[in-house]
Write a protein that binds this ligand. Structure first.
Ligand code: PEP
Ligand code: MN
Length: 339
C-alpha cells in the first residue's frame, strides 16, 4: 500500500504517519516528489486495521500497489528517480557513460584507459577486481590490489569508479573504493548480496540475470530498496535465447518496459549484450533511442591481450571516441544531452 500525502502536508504530519506505520510493526519508506510525499507501507497492512491512516491529518488517500514489487514500481513513485554519484546525475536528461576494461589488469592499463575515455567524455571508469568467471580456472581478478588501481585511475582523471562485488562479506571492502557497486548477471538473485548492498547508500547497478524475466529483475531490485537503499540503477545486458550468433540477445524491449513499470534509471550494456565489437556501436545507439539513461561499455587499448575473453567485444579507444560523438548528436535529437 502507498500513502499519498496532501501537497500541503507538513513535516510533522508526515512524521506522525511514519510513526504510526512503524509502531504497528511495519516498514515505512518515504519518497519525496515535487508535488507530494508518498509513503510506502511494507508488511501486512491488516496490522493497521484498528489505526486507519486515511483519517490522519495531511493524508490525501491510500492506494494498494498491485505489482508484486512495490518500492520499485511506478505506483509508488511516478517521477523518475535521479541518482547522484561523483557529481553526475543518473536518470536525468543527461545520458551517462561508464566505460573501461572487463578486468583491471595493472595500474598503467587502467589509468591509460581512464585517461582516454575521459577525453571522449565518459563519466565513470569500470573495471572488474573480483571477476565472476564461468570456470574456476579462469582469471578471477586481482581483488583488493585492483581496487587500489581503480582509485589511482580516479585520482588521475576525476572519473567515478564502478566495480563488481560478488559476495556479501566483500561489500564493505569494495565500498571503501568504489563509487557505484555493480551486481553482475550471475548474482542478480543472490539474495544475501542484494540485502547487503541494500544496507549501503552508494548506488548499485543491478544487471539483469541472463535468464530472468523483467518481473524477477524488479523483484531483485525490491530486495535492495526494501533494505533502505533507494539508489538502484537497472542494467539490461542481454539474455539467453535460441540465437547463438551473438553472445546474448540484448533485450531492447526491456528499456521501454522498465520505463513504464518503474521509476528507476536503466542503462544498457551492448558489450555483453552482443559479444561482438562491431555490433556495440549500433546497439548503443539503439539503446539510447529506446530510452536508456546511459551505457556501460567495455573499452580496451589492447583487447587482443586482455586477461578475460571479453577483448572481442571491447571497443578500441578511437572507436569509443567516434561513438561518443555520434551519441551527442543522437542525444540532442531526442531531447537529452551528454554534458
Ligand atoms: C562485466 O561487466 O564484465 C560482467 C561480468 O558482466 P555480466 O555480469 O553482465 O556478465
Ligand atoms: Mn566483461
Amino acid at each position: 500500500m502507498v500513502v499519498i500525502m496532501k501537497t500541503e502536508a507538513t513535516h510533522e504530519d508526515i512524521a506522525k504517519v511514519v510513526s504510526r506505520i512503524e509502531s504497528a510493526g511495519l516498514q515505512a519508506q518515504k519518497s519525496t516528489g515535487e508535488q507530494h510525499t508518498l509513503i510506502g507501507v511494507i508488511g501486512d497492512k491488516s496490522k493497521l486495521a484498528n489505526q486507519p491512516i486515511e483519517s490522519m491529518k495531511g493524508v490525501d488517500r491510500t492506494m494498494p500497489i498491485s505489482a508484486p514489487y512495490k518500492l520499485a514500481s511506478r505506483q509508488f513513485r511516478d517521477e523518475p528517480t535521479v541518482i547522484e554519484s561523483n557529481g553526475t546525475k543518473i536518470g536525468s536528461k543527461k545520458l551517462i557513460v561508464i566505460a573501461g576494461p572487463c578486468a583491471v589488469e595493472n595500474t598503467d592499463q587502467i589509468v591509460r584507459i581512464a585517461q582516454e575515455i575521459k577525453l571522449s567524455g565518459a563519466n565513470f571508469i569500470r573495471g572488474g577486481a573480483f571477476k565472476p568467471r564461468t570456470g574456476p580456472y579462469s582469471f578471477q581478478g586481482f581483488g583488493k590490489s585492483a581496487l587500489e588501481m581503480l582509485v589511482c585511475a580516479r585520482n588521475e582523471t576525476g572519473l567515478g569508479v564502478v566495480t563488481e562485488v560478488m559476495t556479501p562479506h566483500e561489500v564493505e571492502l569494495v565500498g571503501q573504493y568504489t563509487d557505484i557497486f555493480q551486481l553482475g548477471t550471475r548474482n542478480m538473485q543472490n539474495f544475501y548480496l542484494l540485502r547487503e548492498v541494500g544496507k549501503q547508500q552508494k548506488p548499485v547497478i543491478l544487471k539483469r540475470g541472463f535468464s530472468s524475466t523483467i518481473e524477477e529483475w524488479l523483484l531483485a531490485a525490491e530486495y535492495i530498496l526494501s533494505e533502505g537503499n533507494p539508489n538502484v540503477i537497472l542494467c539490461e545486458r542481454g539474455i539467453r535465447t535460441f540465437e547463438t550468433h551473438t553472445r546474448n540477445t540484448l533485450d531492447l524491449n526491456a528499456i521501454p518496459a522498465i520505463k513504464e513499470l518503474s521509476h528507476l534509471p536503466i542503462i544498457s550494456d551492448p558489450s555483453h549484450g552482443t559479444g561482438i565489437r562491431s555490433y556495440v556501436a549500433p546497439m548503443s545507439k539503439a539503446s539510447i533511442a529506446a530510452g536508456a539513461d546511459g551505457l556501460i561499455l567495455e573499452v580496451h587499448h589492447d583487447p587482443d591481450n586482455s586477461m578475460t575473453g571479453d577483448g572481442v567485444q571491447s571497443l578500441f579507444p578511437d572507436q569509443f571516441s567516434t561513438l561518443m560523438n555520434d551519441l551527442k548528436h543522437l542525444a540532442t535529437a531526442i531531447g537529452r544531452n551528454m554534458d
